[in-house]
Design a protein around this ligand. Sequence first.
Ligand code: NAD
Length: 554
Amino acid sequence: MTTLKKHKTNRTLPAQGVEWLHNPVFNKGTAFTEAERDSLGLRGLLPPYVQTIDQQARRVMETFRSKSSDLERYIQIVGLQDRNETLFYRVVMDNLEELMPIIYTPTVGKACQEFGHIFRRSRGFYISSNDRGKMEKILHNWPTRQVKVIVVTDGERILGLGDLGASGMGIPIGKLSLYTACAGIHPMQCLPITIDVGTDNETLLADPLYTGLRQKRTRGEEYDSIIEEFMLAVEKNFPGVLVQFEDFGNSNAFRLLERYRDRACTFNDDIQGTGSVALAGVLSALHLTGGKLADQRVLFLGAGEAGIGIAENIVNVLVEEGLPLAEARKRIWFVDSKGLIVKDRGNLTEHKLHYAHDHAPCADLLSAVKLLKPTMLVGASGQAKTFTQEIVKLMAEINERPVIFALSNPTSKAECTAEEAYTWTNGRAVFASGSPFAPVTVNGRKLVPGQGNNAYIFPGIGLGIVSTGARRVTESMFIVAARTLASLIRENELAEGRVYPSLQRIHEVSHSIAIAVAKEVFEKKLNTLSRPEDLSGYIRSQMFKPEYPDYTKK
Ligand code: NAD
């Protein structure tokens, strides 16, 4: 066994001249040096003044800030990614708090809704129902064999926006940009994929500018055989690759996770990544509320991928702490679109059954809060404004520090806003959301809402997995990642009401999570690469830095 070699861009260099400017991997634009301009045949093809990357970054941000809408900012910044990847990552890494809401939720949701209308240049890889029997072969068309991480969607449940079919491609692209920006996974190791099996979205099907197949979604056995062929084809092309499932519809997401988790190096971010980041938020919130996890009553609105994923992680920790499984599950309650999930309700899926307690039926969230008196209220329903003033005030009557997480994305779908949670509780709520909210001042005190952003978790987990060549992704990795994230929050951050470290510290966070995950991989003997003496230094050495190489050096 060996450790992973430091990533080298050993793609064939462009031929002379203008090709250097048209290849986003190698392009330095106005930063090509005098010597490079001579040796690469670029003299005359660029304005005479050689700029530094700092000057280029300043220009990009000046334009970015002058745009009149977030969608225009998205188009500008993705355009830069298509022209000059190094500069793109430099700008994103230096301005992560400002750019993350553009390259990811909420703006990426808008970009997906408008995908066919703002389409400029193809990025990522498309596999459609028509490619059955050919997937292994067509994946050869991808220009590098160095892929280590794939994010794949079938576009059925994009954020909280529903079925966007092939327009969902913005999601794998955005997520992989975050793998690089947050954890330094090399961009050449990342491959965004959309599987187009059709869409049930009539508006898209009727839109002449829609970029996907004009057909209803393939389902059942045919769908499963497409996914099976896909999983075999990626493993053949990129052995050991990490495959992250993203924004699949609820029933497919759980089923595919069960089917592949023990056969491939794979996880579902909507279930497991969300579970992990929310668990970290819950553990941090306990620093503020003062209670123990075993003493909580957690009420969820929404029993889908996110809600169930979070619940499973909380239960796993309670079991680790010594509680029997059945007792641990009793701490968790769900209200879904049909009311409180209780034993007597028929037709419950297996995942919901675990949390169907012996209790009288209850039709709505307000009645459930009155009856159960939860300490924590977690929204993962995709339904805006469902945490009403009455419900939030009631939470504040029951608890000195009510924990209120409104996780639905994008911002327009949040169960309540940060301002509502803080003002309705007179600043006592411990609040986190899925999409970012600005700080709120209540009684002269500035409160900073936490963003339960999966980007705190999946890039670090990915880095740990890639650095060790892990063969599988285990539940325990998500628990150690959550514990690590919660342990990194500082006193001054807690004092502002944050439950997550500032995004400015994301590289440190991802590095620490990668170390914790790597240790877990070695302990469980899931590694295919050997353990280096200096694990921390080795992982840091793997992290991509957005710096221009000197192309005159051989
Ligand atoms: P999903 O479709 O799997 O589940 C949605 C759940 O909400 C279902 O159980 C459904 O029955 C329930 N629901 C629908 N309408 C309801 C209503 N009126 N009242 C009560 N329950 C209702 O979706 P998901 O993957 O679980 O995602 C749900 C939301 O969570 C989305 O908005 C998504 O963007 C968000 N999310 C946030 C994060 C994060 O904050 N890190 C991560 C993943 C998902």
